[in-house]
Design a protein around this ligand. Structure first.
Ligand SMILES: C[S@@+](CC[C@H](N)C(=O)[O-])C[C@H]1O[C@@H](n2cnc3c(N)ncnc32)[C@H](O)[C@@H]1O
Length: 269
């Protein structure tokens, strides 16, 4: 079922773009608890049109340091764990325990395609490991994946096991605060590529990450911004202490009506 079909089951204020399917779970966006009843009606219609959907939740917000969804069960199984496929890679997802956004699948692939065999890669805010798993499936590289949410890292282990036969690279995973990890690795290792996909706070860790980047190494920094490129540069350049140059800025996904997530590709000089 696609968004066009959803138009015909539109209810009240719920717009057709206001739901998302993750594996066999439907997540319907709600602005507040008053919309729950509408969401149940919407879920009933969806369940008839798409029998493969087994669980229906309303999402009220994305919360806290782990960026996890605040959910209300609407219909069907009370289950938040599922399996999602991205470009043939099976990902273990639990929408109540760790961040997952299916709209990042193409971005995971894009970065994996940019990477090369033999690289040392650091994914500082790995979540359930989308970037790490895509890279390891395509390249014989070494990827350090880190997230301070242990549930996210244990989902990454599960996914690595699911896909073990197609993995060319190795993944080492840690559960740490990014600042602490950067401090611990300083002077011990340098990376060819560093991925910093925590748009709400990643810029705070840029200076530390650049210290672990080898000369000519790439840093993919994700930030929240309105559209002006100049605003993004002003946000980022103070943290680089001019030992990096901006190679590209690209809009990745919409975050809110006024803001998007942008990827800034930096090169350590
Ligand atoms: C936007 S989500 C990550 C998405 C993931 N890269 C993906 O593609 O699915 C941001 C992640 O950063 C983690 N995070 C935020 N601040 C952190 C910090 N200081 N140290 C470690 N992890 C952090 C959160 O737990 C969350 O899983």
């Amino acid at each position: 079922m696609n968004s066009e079909d959803a138009e015909s089951v539109k209810y009240g204020q719920l717009k057709r773009s206001s739901y998302l399917v993750i594996g066999d779970i439907a997540i319907i966006n709600a602005s507040n608890e008053k919309e729950i009843e509408e969401c149940v009606a919407f879920a009933k219609c969806l369940s008839q049109k798409a029998p493969y959907l087994k669980a229906f939740y309303a999402k009220l917000s994305t919360e806290g340091e782990y960026r996890v969804a605040k959910l209300v069960h609407l219909l069907g199984e009370e289950r938040t764990a599922t399996i999602v496929k991205e470009y043939g890679i099976a990902l273990a997802v639990d929408i109540a325990k760790a961040y997952y956004n299916s709209r990042l699948a193409e971005e995971h692939r894009r970065i994996a395609l940019m990477s090369k065999d033999g690289e040392k890669v650091l994914d500082l805010f790995s979540g359930i490991g989308g970037f790490a798993l895509h890279i390891a499936s395509l390249r014989s590289s070494i990827i350090f994946a880190n997230d301070w949410n242990k549930e996210a890292v244990s989902l990454l282990f599960k996914s690595f096991y699911f896909n073990r036969k197609k993995m060319k690279g190795s993944i080492y995973a840690t559960v740490m605060d990014a600042a602490k990890l950067l401090e611990e690795l300083k002077g011990k290792i340098v990376f060819d590529r560093i991925i910093m996909n925590s748009p709400t706070n990643s810029v705070n860790y840029l200076e530390g990450a650049l210290m672990l980047s080898k000369a000519g190494g790439k840093v993919h920094l994700y930030v929240l911004s309105s559209r002006e490129e100049e605003a993004i540069k002003q946000l980022i350049m103070p943290s680089t202490k001019s030992d990096a140059s901006i190679e590209a800025i690209e809009e990745v996904i919409e975050y809110s009506p006024s803001k998007s997530v942008f990827r800034v590709d930096l090169r350590k000089t």
